[in-house]
Unconditional design. Sequence first.
Length: 397
Amino acid sequence: MKPQNDLLSATGTTIFTVMSALAVEHGAINLGQGFPDYDGPSDVIHAAAAALLDGRNQYPPMTGVPELRAAVAHANKRFYGIDVDPASEVVVTSGATEAITACLMAVLNPGDECVLIEPLYDTYLPVVKLLGAVPKLVRLSPPKWELPRAELAAAFGPKTKAILLNTPMNPASKVFTAAELAFIAELLARHDCYAICDEVYEHLTFDGWKHIPLMTLPGMRERCMRVGSAGKTFSLTGWKIGYVTCDRSLAPNVAKAHQNLTFTTPPNLQRGVAVGLAKEDSYFAGLSAHLQAKRDRLAAGLSRLGFGVLQTQGSYFITTDVRPLGWTGDDVGFCRTLTVEAKVTAIPVTAFYAGPDAPNHYVRFAFCKGEAVLDAALERIEAWLAARNATARAAVG
């Protein structure tokens, strides 16, 4: 048989699949993958359920049902002051991952360079490569995840076509500052580039941090494709409803890419999300407060147990340093041992780096779980650490 696609054949199973399977095998509490273990708003769910019975179950418009496109446009104006034409500047997709892929397809040609910031979500790099584009990696380093401005500027050149920017950032839980975004905007203008903006955690920010879309900066309106996610905003990750907001000059190519990926998206789920985006401000503020309480609960527990807990400004995730526990191996070994022995699963942060010599003593925990689940996970880790310490003392004695 002739060989199949080289890139896909060389791509291993994702770390999320590997660790989730290990969690099931060992009966572990899975704090690895970022999805809530509770349902989203009942009015949104009931609206989608009712829409199944209203006789509109055939193909919806390719770019999205009018109700959702109007809701996305209104949300852009409401939260960020961005004026959007729902008819020509919104494309609804089957999830944010598809939206990101469609945006990359819309602007990248083979040989174009695309700037990616590590640590990065696992689909970014393969999609850029599958399109024949050349990734240019720029690394953020823990614990502060500061933007390395000189390295970022050096990554831009004559062949640069786009940057893929994730803020709030997974897994670093960083919210890019106004000054950092201004620096990125200047590079985009200087090199005449586009920005694919993964903003799925836009409403999940904490401690007074506020998400700033790059699209709101001067000169960026025509360069940015802004990606949102109903899954994250309404705790309905299985619905896979994403949406792209972009200038009317970009939207046709995004729509053509969407046409060749999934063509359209379930209409009843779109109508449910439209109801969600129209919810009162109190819902969106409550979402952040609800998750911040979970973050604080898990962070306090992990800190008490001896983990080095890094700042979490947004998203579903806490990053921790395992060296203060006395762990001398790498993050992959720690996560496997934690799953097998403590029956709790986390994700090694090296999984989010593509370049060599990634920091290998950090692990990521998801806190978008019920309080009882978080407490049970902490209890298991505490018992495991106590047993390890007792064994170590006995060996020395």
